[in-house]
Every structure is written in structure tokens, then in C-alpha cells.
Design a binder for this molecule. Structure first.
Ligand code: AP5
Ligand code: MG
Length: 216
């Protein structure tokens, strides 16, 4: 049976950091809608152009664009046995579209919570790899060599939406549009709440245990 793990939580909660580790541990592809949009942006596609203005201002890209892009990605053969979603769904409409597609699959949502002040500190100090999208933090997980990705040797950059002003907008969009997605999965009895403020290793252990519980 197909198993789909959904990582929920505000911007900066550690979804990307943990999804990369969980994908390795569970041998399940990591599908991040934010990374897919940034790839499109880098390649100068029409979709990337359409998403740009929303992402740079911290707003959500319209549902129809996100859902089409995501469904194209998860239709690929590597997702047949299941996959790990990072950054999707982010609205109740997206969650409903996913439900309709996944009837019969095992779904588990892992919800990371972290206080706003820590989220702001994490995002404004984040350095992302241009090559492989691996994330570092200038204080919490600094690269061995400044400006160079520990994982692939690519160059690191600061995302334009990681400025303090845009981070605050993203947090308010999260409260208004994405928080209701938690209730959606809680009502279905498939949501696990996890403390995302601990060290990355502690958060990883808790998430892995919750994910493996879902796989039975
Ligand atoms: P997206 O790329 O998904 O951004 P986000 O949800 O805002 O999440 P982030 O990537 O900022 O945070 P994260 O939880 O992955 O944290 P990370 O692990 O990097 O989306 C970007 C934009 O695309 C959206 O604003 C929207 O416009 C658009 N979009 C994407 N999906 C969409 C959708 N479904 N619908 C509509 N629009 C969509 O960690 C952050 C930092 O903290 C790092 O530096 C890391 O090293 C550090 N860190 C991580 N864990 C810890 C820890 N335990 N302790 C200390 N530091 C830590
Ligand atoms: Mg991310």
C-alpha cells in the first residue's frame, strides 16, 4: 500500500532539514513544493515566472498552480510506493485535492511546532545550497567552509524570502491559511504533534518514530 508522509509546520520549523534525513532513512522521495518552484524559477520556466511574485512577497502561490505541479511530480515512478511531502498541503483546498487523489493510501501528518522568535532567528540565518538545496545555518549548523555546501560543494545563498520583513509576512500567511490544515488532519486522526524546538537529532528521532508507527 502507498504511504504518504506529510510534514506540516511554519516556515523555519525544520521541514526541509528533517525531510532530507527522513527520505534517506525511509527510502522515500522528498517532494518539496518550495524546492520545485525554486527549480522552475532557476530554469526560467513559465511556471517559475508565475510563482515568483508570490514567493518573493511571502504569499502563497495560487492553489491550481501548486496542485498541478505537485500531481505531475508524484505521478513519476519513484513515488509509486509512497513519498514525503514538505510544504504541501498549505491550504484546506490543497488538502482536499490530495485526499481525493490518495484514497486508499496510508497518510500520516507530522506537525512541527516552534516559537515565532526562534523561527525568525532560524530563517534570517539560513544559508541554502544553490546546487542541492541542502540548508545550513550560520550559527546552528555552519558549513565547514564559509559559503560552501558541506554536502555537495555547491555555493550557498540567502533566499530572498528570508529577509525579516518577508519572514513576518510568511508567518502571518501561515497562521491564516495553513493552520486550518492541522485541524483537517487532526479530525481524520492521522496527525502527530511534535516539538520542533529541540536539536535536529532529537527532532529527527521523534519524527522517525512517528513515521514508522504510520508504516506499521
Ligand atoms: P517553502 O520553500 O516550502 O518555505 P517554507 O514553508 O516557508 O519553509 P522553509 O523552507 O522556510 O522552512 P523549513 O521548515 O523547510 O525549515 P528548514 O529545514 O530550512 O516555500 C517557499 C514559498 O513557495 C512559499 O512562501 C510560497 O510562496 C511557495 N509555496 C511553496 N509551497 C506552496 C504551497 N503548497 N502552496 C502555495 N505556495 C507554496 O530550517 C530553517 C533553518 O533552521 C535552517 O537554517 C536550518 O539549518 C535551521 N534549523 C532546522 N532545524 C533546526 C533545529 N532543530 N535547531 C536549530 N536550527 C534548525
Ligand atoms: Mg523548506
Amino acid at each position: 500500500m502507498q504511504t504518504v508522509l506529510i510534514l506540516l509546520g511554519p516556515p523555519g520549523a525544520g521541514k526541509g532539514t528533517q525531510a532530507a534525513r527522513l527520505a534517506g532513512a525511509l527510502s522515500s522521495p522528498h517532494v518539496s513544493t518550495g524546492d520545485l518552484f525554486r527549480e522552475n524559477l532557476g530554469q526560467g520556466t513559465e511556471l517559475g515566472q508565475k510563482a515568483k511574485q508570490f514567493m518573493e512577497s511571502g504569499r502563497l502561490v495560487p492553489d491550481a498552480l501548486v496542485i498541478d505541479m505537485l500531481f505531475d511530480r508524484v505521478a513519476k515512478s519513484d513515488c509509486q510506493a509512497g513519498y514525503l511531502l514538505d510544504g504541501f498541503p498549505r491550504t484546506v483546498a490543497q488538502a482536499q485535492a490530495l485526499d481525493a487523489r490518495l484514497s486508499g493510501a496510508t497518510v500520516r501528518a507530522l506537525n512541527l511546532s516552534v516559537a515565532d522568535a526562534a523561527l525568525i532567528e532560524r530563517l534570517t540565518g539560513r544559508w541554502t545550497c544553490k546546487g542541492c538545496a541542502h540548508v545550513h545555518h550560520e550559527r546552528f549548523s555552519p558549513p565547514v567552509k564559509a559559503g560552501v555546501c558541506d554536502k555537495c560543494g555547491g555555493s550557498l545563498y540567502q533566499r530572498t524570502d528570508d529577509s525579516r520583513e518577508v519572514v513576518e509576512k510568511r508567518l502571518s500567511v501561515y497562521r491564516e491559511q495553513t493552520r486550518p490544515v492541522e485541524a483537517h488532519y487532526r479530525a481524520r486522526g492521522v496527525l502527530a504533534d511534535l516539538d520542533g524546538s529541540r536539536t535536529p537529532d532529537q527532532v529527527f528521532s521523534a519524527m522517525l518514530a512517528a513515521a514508522q508507527g504510520a508504516q506499521g
